[in-house]
Write a protein of this length. Structure first.
Length: 208
């Protein structure tokens, strides 16, 4: 925990960008009847019935110190999909970085071996050499600021029925571009000192 909190105190350095990584699923639902639009004094109304169109996954790559985020919509979230996101992070988003500091949880797909399942050994090693993984502790995924950004995405963009992957992609891109242009970020205030006081019960008890 303190390792993650210490990372959040670092100043921005383009050579060592800090990227918080996480994912969320979104069920695709289409209307069976045309909703009635809102009018003065009457909210928008829609039928309770809907048609299921599968599920999509959204990968969040959030850079809190740069106030930028990149959301990628995929059909799955397997180890291969994870590997492709790490490739995108290294070769597209930060090709000139010396080392990318990645904060992520302990999901079973978030493993270096995934790169070797997706790419030839030379390519996999090239990507891994540019990455420095920092895992949130068990039951401590709330330390990952990408979770906060996904919560904002869910409230502002995903809290309605979206019928297909193409529409989801368009909606997410519009939300992403708006947040990036506004340089919106997370005002993280929880420090190591706070952790040692408020989460004292998690630390080992050392008797004098």
């Amino acid at each position: 925990m303190e390792e993650i909190l210490q990372l959040y105190t670092r100043p921005y350095d383009s050579r060592y960008p800090l990227v918080c990584f996480d994912e969320i699923s979104k069920q695709l639902l289409s209307e069976t009847r045309i909703p009635l639009p809102a009018r003065p004094g009457v909210p928008r109304r829609y039928d309770y019935k809907y048609e299921r169109n599968g599920v999509c996954n959204l990968f969040m790559l959030f850079e809190p110190l740069a106030a930028q985020r990149h959301v990628v919509v995929s059909e799955r979230r397997t180890q291969l999909d994870y590997a492709y996101q790490m490739e995108y992070l290294v070769d597209v988003l930060h090709p000139r970085a010396w080392k990318i500091l990645v904060v992520q949880d302990n999901l079973n797909t978030h493993v270096p071996a995934a790169l070797y399942k997706a790419f030839a050994p030379i390519k996999a090693r090239h990507i891994l050499n540019k990455l420095e993984f920092h895992y949130t502790p068990k039951h401590g995924s709330w330390l990952n600021m990408a979770e906060i950004e996904l919560s904002v995405l869910s409230r502002q963009c995903l809290n309605r029925r979206i019928a297909n992957k193409e529409s989801l992609q368009q909606e997410v891109e519009a939300w992403q571009d708006g947040r990036n242009k506004a340089y919106s970020t997370v005002d993280w205030r929880f420090t190591t000192r706070d952790a040692r006081i408020k989460l004292k019960h998690l630390y080992p008890s050392i008797k004098p």
